[in-house]
Design a protein around this ligand. Structure first.
Ligand code: URA
Length: 232
């Protein structure tokens, strides 16, 4: 059991052993204080247990969606603002859950996190072109010319070719943009290249996974189901 606890981010093998010996772990309502007891974490129905009365389900990997608030850094070593991992259980940090790509500290909305290196790599690979949808609020009113410029493509200083977006005006100061690449500050820089200042940015979808369908309040997270992962 201690190995299972360790794999789920409950600390070192020794710390996990003491959790078991101290009677903090229960399975099916029974204290499980035998460190030699073997369990199949992949058994049908999954392995459900409680640690210090908190319910857990064994997960080989964690795939999480977070509705990121503003003022939170995606960096693993946040410098100025609080780190995004502080919004998740401590166990996730210990099992090396990381953001899949990054959002700026002031960008809000859908952020994926996982401890599955293959998944993170596949999602972030530049060749994969997972479309990402944002709603940007602009300082000045959105114009048909702005939309046309973004659709035609705008030139960013360090990019060899113009970058284009799918774009549509939502209201006087809000535009929805979908981009296939994830260049540094891409949305804000594309808007700036078209002569508009972005005052707020929210990611609303990644592939077919839409933040509004997840029903997450700002700062809240959920595990993704296999069906939701397939939308990516
Ligand atoms: N584009 C940006 O400019 N910022 C983000 O956080 C994401 C996309």
């Amino acid at each position: 059991m201690e190995k299972i606890l360790q794999s789920q981010g409950f600390g070192t093998k020794k710390a996990c052993r003491y959790m078991v010996l101290d009677g903090l772990v229960e399975i099916d309502g029974e204290v499980m204080d035998d460190i030699r007891a073997e369990f199949d974490p992949m058994a049908q129905g999954g392995l459900h247990f409680t640690v210090d009365s908190e319910p857990w389900v064994y997960r080989e990997h964690v795939y999480v969606a977070l509705n990121k608030p503003a003022g939170v850094e995606c960096s693993r070593r946040p410098a100025v603002h609080r780190g995004v991992l502080s919004l998740l259980p401590d166990q996730f940090t210990l099992r090396d859950v990381q953001p899949v790509g990054r959002l700026d500290h002031d960008t809000t909305g859908l952020l994926l996190l996982s401890d599955d290196g293959g998944f993170i790599h596949a999602q972030s690979h530049p060749k994969r072109h997972v479309p990402k949808t944002y709603v940007a609020t602009t300082q000045d009113p959105v114009t048909p010319e702005l939309v046309a410029q973004l659709v035609a493509g705008v030139k960013l200083t360090d990019e060899p070719a113009p970058l284009a977006a799918r774009a549509c005006q939502l209201d006087s100061h809000r535009i929805e943009m979908t981009i296939d690449m994830g260049k540094y500050h891409q949305v804000k820089r594309m808007l700036a290249a078209a002569g508009h200042h972005c005052v707020a940015l929210r990611r609303t979808a990644i592939g077919g996974l839409r933040l509004e369908d997840l029903g997450l309040a700002e700062g809240k997270w959920c595990h993704l189901t296999a069906e939701q992962l397939a939308c990516l």
